[in-house]
Structure formats: C-alpha cells, structure tokens
Design a binder for this molecule. Structure first.
Ligand SMILES: C[S@@+](CC[C@H](N)C(=O)[O-])C[C@H]1O[C@@H](n2cnc3c(N)ncnc32)[C@H](O)[C@@H]1O
Length: 231
C-alpha cells in the first residue's frame, strides 16, 4: 500500500473513473435527471451554484455546459481533485472558484446560492450531521433555490450492516470491468466510511430544516436523486 497521498489519490480516482464510465452508480441517468430539474427551474436565469464534495467535477461539467452560470464554487478536501475540477470547468464564462475545505465549513461560510449540489458525498456523514447539513443549506438558499442531492441511499428498514453487505455483493457482481483488487478496495472503503440513510430519514431531516421535497429519481434502489426547495 502506497503512502504517497498524490499517488494514492490518483489510484483511488482512477478506480472511481472506471465506476463512472461503467455507469455502475447510475451517473448517466442521475445526471440527465439533475440537468432536467435545474433547467426547468431556472429557465433564462443565471444561477449561483455551490458544489460540495465536487471531486474532479467530471460528471457535473456536461450539465453545467447547458446552463447560464453566474458563479460556481466547488469545494473538496482533495487538492488534486480540485486541480482537475478547475481544468474540467475551464469553459465557464465567469471562472469558477475552487476551495479546499470541509464542505460543512464551506457551506457555513458561503454566500447565498440558487443551487446547492452535493453528489455522492453526504453519505460520509452521520445522520445528525446530515440534519445539520440540511439546516445550513436551507439558510443559504435563495427563494425558490434548490438542494440537488445525489447519493447512495439505504432501503427503508435496512440496517447499516445489511446495506454494507448487500452493496458489497452488488460491487463484486456488477462492477466486472474492475479487477478484484479494485472491487475489494471499494468494499473496504464502503464498510469503513459510508453511512447512507433511507429516503424517509433524509426527507424528514430536510423537512425539519424548512426544505420541501420536489422530486425523487431512482434509477436503482440504492442510487437516488432527491431535490428539495426552500419553502
Ligand atoms: C465519490 S466522490 C464524488 C465526486 C463528485 N461529486 C461526483 O459525484 O462524481 C466524493 C468526493 O467528496 C469529497 N469529500 C468527502 N468528504 C468531504 C468533506 N467532508 N468535505 C469536502 N469534501 C469531501 C471527496 O474528497 C471526494 O472528492
């Protein structure tokens, strides 16, 4: 196992890129739904976007290409990811801002936004921290603004251990263009770092924060887009 963080990042990112290109986490379907929901809400309007846990922004870039962007702020803990994100979003008319920070800290410090996009990042937080995320997000949205939330989601009534076991089975049986070492690394990461909640728990915390559920897209039971608006 390498200890050089840069090499480690590219190793992990390379695996994630294979997951995305195989559409194993339904990025294609989810991306189309994200694009449709943002475009229909903000017709002929320039929008301010906060992208939390933006990674390299490779899957968000084609969506942003079709929108009129007043400002884009991408936040991630990884400097290497942010460098790639800046490259991938170099087409933005108003150059994006890229901030290396914990996304909860960045959210607390951010100015008002029209869209808070968080894709495959919130599941790293515990349930009470997700509740705090929705609370903070509701404070930062403009009237009619959206939280566009894409993530892994636990089935109703499924405990975390069962989720980890079943999701790892899914990884091992479906992600067949990855080698065994890569699939095992994903499973180890999931078991140690992923705490997805169910749709109902997420919606309950969002509602308590003053957010209204607008729509849900579910290309596969564990991979969902949930859209909330400031009510
Ligand atoms: C699976 S990637 C998702 C990247 C991108 N949003 C996407 O959907 O393809 C998760 C990203 O969230 C970042 N991340 C995880 N926890 C974070 C935190 N607390 N603050 C900032 N970034 C975080 C990771 O560094 C990583 O780049």
């Amino acid at each position: 196992m390498t200890t050089n963080p840069a090499i480690q990042f590219f190793h992990v990112w390379d695996t994630y890129a294979k997951v995305v290109s195989g559409d194993y986490m339904f990025h294609q379907e989810l991306g189309e739904a994200v694009s449709a929901v943002i475009r229909s809400r903000f017709v002929d309007q320039s929008i301010r976007i906060l992208d939390l846990g933006c990674g390299d922004a490779a899957t968000f870039a084609p969506i942003l290409q079709d929108l009129s962007i007043e400002s884009y702020l991408g936040v991630d803990l990884s400097a290497a990811a942010l460098t790639l994100a800046e490259k991938n979003l170099s087409f933005l008319k108003h150059p994006g801002e890229f901030q290396r920070a914990d996304f909860m800290r960045a959210l607390a410090d951010a100015p008002q936004q029209d869209v808070i996009y968080i894709s495959f990042a919130l599941h790293h937080l515990q349930t009470f921290e997700k509740a705090e995320f929705f609370h903070q997000a509701a404070q930062k949205l403009s009237p009619g603004g959206l939280v566009v939330f894409v993530d892994v989601v636990r089935e109703e009534g499924q405990d975390l251990e069962a989720y980890h076991r079943n999701y790892c089975d899914f990884v091992q049986t479906t992600m067949i263009t990855l080698n065994k070492e890569e699939r095992d690394a994903i499973c180890a990461h999931i078991s140690g770092n992923d705490y997805p909640d169910s749709h109902s728990v997420l919606c309950m915390h969002a509602k308590e924060a003053g957010l209204e559920l607008i729509s849900t897209s579910i290309p596969q039971k564990w991979h969902q887009l949930i859209v909330f608006q400031r009510s």
